[in-house]
Design a protein around this ligand. Structure first.
Ligand code: BG6
Length: 532
């Protein structure tokens, strides 16, 4: 009989079903992603009783290790996070939950390019299956550099490791692929063609970790779970939308990766476009994965590829971020001293459909900005008459609905009220809903839901082939233009600021609009007597 995953598990998540039996094979078993996110997420799932009773984990990598050494390696790393400040920073490790997991960990030494690895994998999986009762169900997780995605999938196909059909009671095989999925439209298409030779689309789980964030999923709940918002969610009531993903980190020792990537490729067709789709999609007819994914692709289909005049790029110079002095991008390790790679991008996007015609979506993302904040800010149209300007013609303050994604998850609404006193004068106030006021904090690295969904076979939070390609199609003209033209003003923003002046001009030329300040809203948290 299966042992309990942890003492806490029995009382947690009574309504969430445990997934059926399976083995999780992790290619890149010694890599950063396995250590920092995948294993902590599995531990959190074990803690909440959400791993299958019949579960096993098989690490595959080229480093010579055995089962015990891999278990020890991951045990040391999970303990090293205790009391830290990263995504995973528990106060302590629950030894029962961790012990339960480590008992089920196995390791296979193997090169991804060597066919022999996959022949051995076949046999090792059969052994694990017999021992752990995993019913022949296998997830292959590609936690490897993107240059290996095609290779590993080819090898899985050749070794007949991914032949299984999905269906009631039949063993299944699923493959999880990390970002980046291609580097442009052509390479993403090529990669799709290549992996679809060995896999069916319903076996492929293309991860965008933004979709694992609670508050990104909450966008759908807010929009489609409330009768209040949907009537105003269109061009009749919304003036424009601003999506900001501002980071306070630089390239963090990833200079050589970033030199071949830049902010546009790194963040926009994937993460930022997920936020855009969630905000702009039509209501789905159900929560079936394809019902939702098709609505997202419809948003992309209504966006023309962006022309370079609607795009701004920036690169940070030395400055100070949150009080700490930081170096210029061009002096980072493994970065060319004359690099033209952008660390900031802003775009103006129009969605040519019935709901959004004429409503610009401005998006921006950058490294080393003033504050860390990810938000979707919806600017409502002004009230139709200027009743309260006392003849001055002064513009009314706009109403804003702001979905704060991170770091302080919540929603705020800014609207006008009468300032107390004998004269009728308006004042903007804010109502804030903060997740932390209503829900206990959760240990969550963002991969828990994604891993759980792969185990239960729900592809809703994963990208379909057409969605990935559409994302690249939309930004391709900008990628092409930037590859040809050298910017003559780089670096053009100081680290610790809100980005280059051209980013402001992108909005200003649309009738004098401006970005919201890049800062975490530090206004009153709740409307209490003390806030008056
Ligand atoms: C990654 C990018 O995909 O997402 C990083 O490669 C970026 O450059 C990160 O910093 C942002 O994710 P998060 O979860 O920290 O907001």
């Amino acid at each position: 009989m299966a042992t309990q995953q942890s003492d806490a598990a029995a009382s947690n998540n009574p309504s969430v079903a445990k997934p059926g039996p399976c083995t999780l094979v992790i290619f890149g078993a010694n890599g950063d992603l396995t250590k920092r996110l995948v294993t902590p997420a599995l531990y959190n799932l074990s803690l909440t009783g959400l791993l299958p009773d019949n579960f096993a984990m098989l690490g595959v990598d080229h480093n010579g290790k055995d089962d015990v050494e891999w278990r020890e390696h991951l045990t040391a790393s999970i303990h090293s996070f205790v009391g830290g400040t990263g995504e995973f920073d528990p106060a302590k490790i629950d030894e029962k939950a961790w012990g339960w997991l480590t008992e089920r960990m196995y390791y296979l030494v193997g090169d991804f390019e060597d066919e022999g690895t996959f022949t051995r994998l076949h046999d090792v999986l059969a052994g694990i299956d017999e021992k752990n009762g995993t019913a022949g169900n296998v997830i292959f997780y590609l936690a490897v550099a993107d240059r290996f995605f095609g290779t590993v999938v080819d090898q899985l196909g050749r070794a007949k490791l991914v032949d299984a059909e999905e269906g009631e009671g039949k063993p299944w095989r699923r493959v999880v692929i990390e970002k980046p999925f291609g580097h442009d439209l052509q390479t993403s298409r090529e990669l799709n063609v290549r992996i679809l030779q060995s896999l069916r689309e319903d076996q492929i789980y293309r991860i965008d970790h933004f979709l694992g964030k609670e508050t990104v999923q909450n966008i759908m709940a807010v929009r489609f779970g409330n009768g209040m918002f949907e009537p105003m969610w269109n061009r009749d009531h919304i003036d424009h939308v601003q999506i900001t993903v501002a980071e306070t980190v630089g390239v963090e020792g990833r200079g050589s990766f970033y030199e071949g990537t830049g902010a546009l490729r790194d963040m926009v067709p994937n993460h930022v476009f997920q936020l855009l789709c969630m905000t702009a999609m039509e209501p789905p007819t159900s929560f079936a994965a394809d019902a939702i994914r098709s609505k997202k692709v419809d948003v992309f289909a209504a966006i023309k590829s962006i022309q370079p005049e609607h795009a701004v790029r920036g690169q940070y110079d030395a400055g100070a971020v949150l009080g700490k002095t930081v170096r210029a991008y061009r002096t980072e390790p493994n970065v060319d001293a004359g690099s033209d790679v952008e660390t900031y991008v802003a775009l103006r996007i129009m969605i040519d459909n019935w709901r959004w015609a004429g409503v610009p979506f401005y998006i921006r993302t950058g490294k080393y900005m003033t504050q860390r904040t990810t938000e979707i800010a919806i600017r409502c149209k002004s009230a139709p008459t200027m009743l309260f300007d006392h003849g001055s013609g002064a513009a009314m303050h706009p109403n804003w609905l702001v979905l704060q994604i991170q770091p302080d998850e919540g929603i705020s609404v800014q609207f006008e009220v009468k300032k107390p006193g004998p004269v009728v004068e308006l004042k903007s106030v804010k109502m804030n809903f903060s997740y932390s006021d209503w829900f206990p904090p959760q240990q969550n690295v963002g991969y828990e839901t994604l891993l759980y969904d792969v185990m239960i076979g729900d592809q809703m939070l994963f990208q379909r082939a057409d969605q990935v390609e559409e994302g690249w199609r939309i930004v391709q003209p900008v990628l092409d233009a930037w590859a040809k033209d050298t910017p003559d003003d780089f670096p053009n923003y100081i680290a610790g600021t809100a980005g280059p002046a051209e980013g402001d001009a992108l909005l200003a030329r649309d009738g004098g609009r401006s970005w919201r300040p890049v800062r975490v809203d530090s206004g009153p948290r709740k409307l209490t007597a003390g806030n008056k």
